[in-house]
Design a protein around this ligand. Sequence first.
Ligand code: CP
Length: 318
Amino acid sequence: MQEKHRFTWPHKDLLDVSQLSLDEVNHLLDTGEQFHEINRRPVKKVPTLKGKSVVLFFAEPSTRTKTSFDVAGKRLSADTFALTKSGSSITKGETLKDTALTLQAMNPDVIVIRHWSSGAAQYLAERLDCAIVNAGDGWHAHPTQALLDAFSLRNHWGRSFAGKTVLILGDILHSRVARSNVQLLTKLGASVRLCAPHTLLPAGVHNWPVTVHTSLDQAVQGADAVMCLRLQLERQQAGLLPDLSEYATTYCLTARHMAMANPGALVLHPGPMNRGLEIASELADRPESLVLEQVASGVAVRMAILFLHATRKDGGTK
Ligand code: CP
């Protein structure tokens, strides 16, 4: 990687985007740009993190986040080790604390954790010496998703999102992606709208720095990007959505809706997608859909996150 300037990354852990200043967000995304270039080379491997160890501790299912952290670590020449709930002694009743202390005893540089409990990443960060990266905790936060979403939008809009309007659509109530994105998008200067049925809006949402809608036809007008959310059926309590087909009729994003957005408006989805429920299948496959671009961005951004956290004690960004 070319030396641009020295920047000592100040954070031991990445728990949520709220801990990052605008300068730190831009530095992380700029670092991601440099790694994005490596990902397009015929030989996609550099020795930057040779000798560093990264544990991927995923107590909830994941395709994108787990694989992209694994790819990111390997492309930087770190050694990566994966632990899942079903393949671990969590199934025998071992606590989060004992699991984490056991992993720390192997002296990794970074533990990437996904867990069903909000606050699980912070719990580890307060107890372990190595860097903790939150890969999604309960309904609380998914900072690496928000950072890769911003990275994808930045490729189209440039560094400032001032004057841009982003609509986040769907299951806001259960979404850690929405919570982290609201914080990051507003930090980058965008206006954020939320759209969901009343039952899928969190209590207190009117105190968030957003405008709130229940009509998709109204919410989409003048949007520069629409971020669909996965309907988290596994986290739904009975009765929130009595009829999925009615939900799809009212809240599934279609080409008809995008015709009411601003010209050139972009479509995002963090995945996994329920086609025909959250997003029309043909829209997901159209050029304005960034869904697969988001996946590619995820590798670059997670390379930057691993690099900044694994080398922090080595004397800053080189
Ligand atoms: N977007 C996201 O977190 O996807 P995975 O659950 O597949 O990691």
